[in-house]
Write a protein that binds this ligand. Structure first.
Ligand code: PEP
Ligand code: CO
Length: 449
């Protein structure tokens, strides 16, 4: 595989001369240009110093000194941009991170799939129902879900609505954190009302009690509060899929002499758009952000080495995270060669396991689901393969929600295919519910087998 344009000059729109997969086809091009230009004048969602801070935290995780928890919805929806949903997501991420901190005895970096996860790749450009063919739903950033011609036409104004919701979401998250919501002294703030006496919640509360005791102990012997150091930060991440949107918020910062995508801290390249000669890789190569690359069963050692060469030519620490999602059945076969191939590049990388996207299946009635046992099995294989090769699995990437949904089967309550209809809310991929997500955290933390 050779890369024809490796040496040409990069600028935020240089991707437009290359084939761009998974982009909406806007009928009104002038409207698209107007919106992109408006978006490029609006203030950024995140700042360069936060992005640099995250890059150095990821560099630490690459060295095995910390662990990354990345999680959230498959796709955020505009309708669900509510205080309840944002708080629930924050709570589950904070609770899981506390369990991981306790079990792994390492700092945990929290990255939400949130405040911008509005665009989705699709397997087909169109969808046909009862003889009618319309554009596929590509996420709220692009078009609307109902199957009508009006809803499905890509509308550039939705980018502006998405930008606003991303800003509203992060504004609320920042205010909660600044107000002390994420203070480790008050994990009781993170309790979810409906959880009640779930066995997982009881186990979690035991952990909280022992952490509170050790915090008290540390403070009494050191004579000072661990408060500041112990306040949790949350970073934002989304798939950098919709390149016009990503480009609009990409700015050159004179004091840093680099280009930053200020729509999020951590954008990732999805599995379907990691083509070497494609527009996404071209766009991402010019960014200063730490970036993720999703890798699936089709990834080859050579392709991955070339991707790393193009995306991290100077072997910068913290820059590259490889999020592997092979499926429980393929991971042991596919992962080892890639770990060896990456080692040959000399680039530090953070290995993150996404045990969700390789384990999606359909039930007899066509409902998309994932089995808890397959998710756990892929995670266990990921830990053991990395360990056997002397590599470090430094993170996990999950689709989850703090709500009590029934989208994945299995887990402590043994949800079956028949339970799925009860509370299935996702319009895209099935998410872990609160109990399933906590059980995963406890298993990673070595607190459950
Ligand atoms: C996703 O993370 O929702 C997704 C589409 O993942 P992938 O690119 O790995 O299929
Ligand atoms: Co998904």
């Amino acid at each position: 595989m050779t890369r024809s344009i490796a040496k040409s000059e990069w600028h935020p729109a240089s991707w437009t001369s290359l084939p761009a997969a998974q982009q909406p086809n806007y009928p009104d091009r002038p409207a698209l240009e107007r919106i992109v230009s408006e978006l490029s004048r609006l203030p950024p969602i995140v700042t360069s110093w936060e992005i640099d801070e995250l890059r150095s935290r990821i560099a630490k995780a690459q060295r095995g000194e910390s662990f990354v928890l990345q999680g959230g919805d498959c796709a955020e929806s505009f309708d669900e941009c509510t205080s309840e949903n944002i708080v629930a997501k924050l709570k589950i991420l904070l609770q899981m991170s506390l369990v991981l901190l306790y079990g792994l005895k390492k700092p945990v970096v929290r990255i939400g799939r949130m405040a911008g996860q509005y665009a989705k790749p699709r397997s087909a450009d169109t969808e046909t129902r009862d003889g009618q063919t319309l554009p596929s739903f590509r996420g709220d950033l692009v078009n609307r879900h109902p199957f009508t011609a009006e809803d499905r036409v890509p509308n550039p104004l939705l980018m502006l609505r998405g930008y606003e919701r991303a800003a509203l979401t992060l504004n609320f998250v920042r205010s909660l954190i600044d107000g002390g919501f994420a203070d480790l002294h008050h994990p009781e703030f993170w309790d979810l009302d409906w959880v009640g006496h779930s066995p997982m919640a009881n186990e979690y509360h035991n952990i909280v009690d022992s952490i509170s005791n050790s915090l008290d102990f540390l403070e009494s012997i050191s004579g000072r509060q661990v408060h500041e150091a112990q306040r949790a930060d949350i970073y934002a991440a989304h798939e950098g899929l919709h390149l016009s949107y990503e480009q609009a918020q990409t700015r050159f910062l004179k004091h840093r002499k680099r280009w930053y995508n200020l729509s999020t801290h951590f954008p990732w390249i999805g599995m379907r758009t990691a083509t070497l000669d494609g527009a996404h890789v071209e766009f991402f190569r010019g960014l200063a952000n730490p970036i993720g690359i999703k890798i699936g069963p089709g990834m080859t050692a050579e392709w991955l080495q070339e991707l790393i060469g193009v995306l991290n030519p100077n072997n910068e620490p913290g820059r590259i995270s490889l999020i592997h999602r092979f499926g429980a059945k393929s991971i042991e076969d596919k992962l080892p060669d890639l770990v060896r191939a990456v080692r040959e590049t000399g680039s530090p990388v953070l290995w993150i396991c996404d045990p969700m996207h390789g384990n999606t299946e359909s039930t007899a009635d066509g409902t998309k689901t994932r089995r808890f046992d397959n998710i756990v099995s892929e995670l266990e294989s990921a830990f053991s393969v990395h360990k056997a090769l002397g590599s470090y699995l430094g993170g996990v990437h999950l689709e989850l929600t703090g709500e009590n949904v029934t989208e994945c089967t299995g887990g402590a309550r043994g949800l079956t295919d028949g339970d799925l209809a009860r509370a299935y809310k996702s319009t895209v991929d099935p998410r872990l519910n609160y109990e399933q997500a906590m059980e995963i955290a406890m298993r990673i933390a070595g607190l459950r087998h």
